[in-house]
Design a binder for this molecule. Structure first.
Ligand code: GUN
Ligand code: FE
Length: 424
């Protein structure tokens, strides 16, 4: 059913610091697109069926711009290391298990089920180097109804033997086979996924750039997450002024190549300016950046410069699949950054992180993440009746508390591109 009305307390973002709320309002879905939010239902929609959610809160779905599905089994474990040691000690060991399709089947069932039950409607996800396991992940996500970009990871250097592709040729050939096979999916689309510069030879990046141009694919990777990593990239890429150039010199850094770079914690002015100009999306992953002692990204500055930013969970450097938790941590970390070492940018507000979680990240998928007219109809219904309170609260206050309490059990229903995919 693609034409209907949802009644409830409607909340959505139009701009970064503006949260629109309509109490006891109506949001209209027409042919899978949003046809506006109304205090009184216009006559032309009176014949549409109405889901009356009464006092529940209705929001656009969230976009998780950065998560690693194969790392989900060790979420919440082994966090006491910085990035490179964490990758070598825990991450690569876990990811190697996805050569075994039985393990992949069990692990990806759990990930897909939990993502389906979350408030996330769109996601950009890393698989592993394994073609078959990545197709299996895509198959499971396809069935959830969530819209996602999923990438087979490329890595042909500085990786343990048990998780290193044989050569740039082999990696690119596997990637092309995977791309062709992934044409069968509708909700799930492929995204090129060079893990990060230290894992990819120049030859491999050049071949991936060729595939990007041939198939017009988006790209996702990591950028300027950790100080040691940045020094390493300088050594690996002589002639580059900053980390982002290591992708840009292969035309995989925005412009005609839609690109998501996770983290950007320590990006300098020149890197920021290139990301701004070339419309590179930044996936801000505050929980991951705290867990791996990476630092706090200057997100307020990114917003003020008009850069493209959304939120990521970065499972499993981030422990939680909840974008509510990412929102709360984004506010909290921005306060610590402001208090401890950068008074030039004020902390993020609840309005701003709601924007990042909805319209900010959603933009990577097109007109997604708002209830403005013409947006794809993604919606999440929140039932906060289990959170008791003696005092009167406004809709905005209730939403603020749902964000801080970050309890995904409050989700009553979820719609993606007009289709109901989850109902309690
Ligand atoms: N950089 C390269 N690989 C990874 C990863 O799996 N997680 C994070 N947080 N950073 C990375
Ligand atoms: Fe990551």
């Amino acid at each position: 059913m693609k034409n209907y009305v949802i009644k409830g307390n409607i909340c959505f973002s139009k701009a970064g610091n503006e949260l629109c709320t309509v109490e006891n309002g109506y949001v209209v879905c027409k042919n899978g697109q949003c046809a506006g939010v109304y205090e009184d239902l216009p006559e032309e929609y009176e014949a549409f069926p109405c889901y009356n959610y009464e006092d529940h809160i209705i929001i656009p779905g969230f976009t998780d711009l950065h998560a690693h599905a194969p790392q989900y089994p060790f979420r919440g474990l082994g966090m006491d290391l910085e990035l490179i040691d964490w990758l070598n000690t825990h991450t690569f060991v876990e990811e190697a298990k996805y050569a075994d399709m039985e393990y992949a089947d069990r692990a990806y069932d759990i990930f897909a089920e939990d993502l389906k039950n979350s408030a996330t409607t769109r996601a950009c996800i890393f698989g592993t180097i394994h073609k078959e396991a990545t197709l299996l992940l895509m198959d499971k996500l396809e069935k959830t109804g969530i819209r996602a970009y999923v990438g087979k990871v490329n890595m042909d250097r500085n990786s343990p033997e048990y998780l290193c592709e044989d050569s740039a040729e082999q990696s690119a050939a596997d990637t092309e086979e995977w791309l062709v096979e992934s044409k069968r999916f509708v909700n799930v689309k492929p995204i090129l996924t060079p893990r990060f510069t230290p894992s990819c030879t120049d030859e491999l990046l050049e071949k991936l750039s060729g595939l990007q141009k041939k198939y017009h694919l988006p790209v996702q990777s990591h950028l300027s997450e950790n100080l040691g990593e940045i020094e390493w990239v300088k050594e690996l890429c002589p002639g580059t002024e900053f980390y982002g150039e290591s992708y840009d010199r292969y035309d995989m850094f925005g412009n005609s190549c839609p690109t998501i770079m996770a983290h950007c914690v320590h990006s300098g002015e020149a890197e920021m300016e290139m990301m701004r100009k070339q419309k590179v999306f930044i996936a801000h992953c505050p929980e991951s950046n705290a867990n791996l002692s990476s630092g706090v990204a200057p997100v307020k500055t990114y917003l003020e410069k008009g850069m493209k930013v959304g939120l990521g969970t970065d499972i499993a450097a981030g422990s939680s699949l909840s974008i509510f938790k990412a929102m709360a941590m984004a506010v909290q970390c921005s306060k610590l950054r402001w208090r401890l070492y950068d008074q030039s940018a004020a902390p993020l507000t609840v309005e701003e992180v709601f924007y990042l979680a909805t319209k900010g990240g959603g933009e990577f998928f097109g007109k997604v993440g708002s209830f403005e007219e013409g947006y794809e109809f993604d919606a999440v219904v929140l039932d906060d009746s289990s959170i008791k309170h003696p005092q009167e609260l406004s809709v905005k206050e209730r939403l603020e508390r749902i964000i801080y309490l970050a309890d995904d059990r409050n989700i009553a229903a979820k719609f993606v591109s007009g289709k109901e995919i989850f109902k309690k």
